[in-house]
Design a protein around this ligand. Structure first.
Ligand SMILES: Nc1ncnc2c1ncn2[C@@H]1O[C@H](COP(=O)(O)OP(=O)(O)O)[C@@H](O)[C@H]1O
Ligand SMILES: [Mg+2]
Length: 368
């Protein structure tokens, strides 16, 4: 059973990063792995991004922003769980995380200037990859603190496989846009900004500016670029640190995906890219796999009165088709993954929104 692969990761790694497209179950898998970590005796933290509200509630993260909350023993005991080590959860709030970064790294006298800059305020939404970037910065901070033996990082849905790994570079390219600063600063002084902007061509900076509403004046952009210039060195060093951390033997990536045929090609490409980048893929999780109907399912259906019987038998026949399609896809995926273990999690009848369901998911993940 390849589930043991995840049991090893949970026992041995200090960072697990769950990546994959949107809606496949990254947040669910992340939280389940952190719970499994605590149950195996390692203090764990799951850092979630956009968790479903009910999951956030059941983990005690309602409206806590970036705060790290310990799941109370009483809540765990209620579902029969007594982890020997604490389980913590947090959800990453973009705005708060960016502000915290500025407060942490900007010189005290320029902090307020940056924070109140309207350009800065739209940065987090306008700048491509900034969510990925903040998640990585948070990961860096958490691992530096060494408070949690295991940190499980959920990630934003990645439209493009490399968005995540590339995020620090792109933010650096943006912050470090010497060309922009050189152009804007003197132009600003001379009151002639508009014209100069053309010379930025199609750089990330220019594209980002194009996305902004009219509210942000170029004046503010220039003043923003000037006030963050002192931050660049630190950003650069951490970006290098994060990159090393992601490639270190203590880190594993878990690629989460769905069994549908269109996802499979995408998963194989993503897997290949990660490996090319020297990033260790610990396992691929295929989530929400349709199970074949059992003979008991059929017997139970046959025992029902008409028309319920026919309805249920039709549903079971459909389920069988879906299960066969999933199995076919998984066989192809397995062949393409080479030595990377593939772990299946069945589609449950209900959403995974509480500790009991997280634990059940964890048992499938770890093959228990
Ligand atoms: N194996 C599963 N069976 C049934 N529902 C699931 C399963 N895995 C996840 N879900 C549900 O699917 C929805 C999306 O999962 P989520 O983890 O939030 O995805 P992502 O983080 O990739 O966007 C959630 O409502 C979750 O409870
Ligand atoms: Mg999510």
């Amino acid at each position: 059973m390849s589930g043991t692969a995840l049991a090893h990761l949970v026992r041995d790694k200090s960072v697990i990063v769950c990546v994959g497209p949107g809606g496949v179950g990254k947040t669910t898998v992340s939280a389940s792995l952190a719970l499994a970590g605590a149950l195996s005796g390692r203090g764990s933290l799951v850092c979630t991004i956009d968790p479903a509200r009910r999951l956030a509630n059941s983990l005690g993260m309602a409206a806590l922003g970036n705060a790290e909350a310990r799941i109370p023993d009483s809540a765990l005991a209620e579902v029969g769980l007594r982890p020997p080590a604490p389980l913590h959860a947090m959800m990453l709030d973009m705005k708060q995380a960016w502000d915290a970064l500025i407060r942490r790294y900007a010189p005290p006298d320029s902090q307020e200037k940056i924070l109140s800059n309207r350009f800065y305020q739209s940065l987090s939404t306008a700048l491509a990859g900034s969510q990925e970037y903040v998640a990585l910065e948070k990961l860096w901070e958490l691992t530096e603190r060494r408070q949690y033996p295991l940190v499980v990082l959920d990630t934003p849905p990645t439209a493009h496989a490399l968005d995540f790994l590339d995020a620090p570079n792109r933010i650096l390219e943006f912050l470090d846009n010497e060309a922009a600063r050189l152009l804007l600063t003197p132009a600003l002084a001379a009151g002639r900004v508009g014209l100069q902007l053309f010379s930025l061509g199609s750089s990330l900076l220019a594209k980002t500016i194009a996305k902004l509403t009219g509210a942000e004046t170029l004046q503010e952009l220039a003043s923003f670029l000037i006030s963050i210039s002192s931050l660049n060195q630190g950003f650069r060093e951490r970006a290098r640190g994060v990159r090393e951390l992601l490639q270190s033997p203590g880190t594993a990536f878990v690629l989460v995906t769905a069994p549908s045929p269109e996802r499979l090609g995408e998963t194989l490409r993503f897997h290949a890219l990660l490996r090319e980048q020297g990033v260790p893929v610990g396992a691929v999780v295929v989530n929400r796999v349709h199970a074949l109907p059992t003979s008991e399912d059929r017997q139970r259906a046959s025992a029902l009165p008409s028309p319920l019987r026919e309805q249920l038998l039709t549903t079971l026949a459909e389920q069988e088709v879906l299960a066969r399609l999933d199995a076919e896809g998984i066989t192809q995926l397995r062949a393409g993954l080479g030595i990377t273990p593939l772990v299946e999690v069945p589609r449950f009848e209900r959403d995974v929104h509480d500790l009991r369901a997280l634990h059940a998911t964890g048992q499938h993940l770890l093959g228990q």
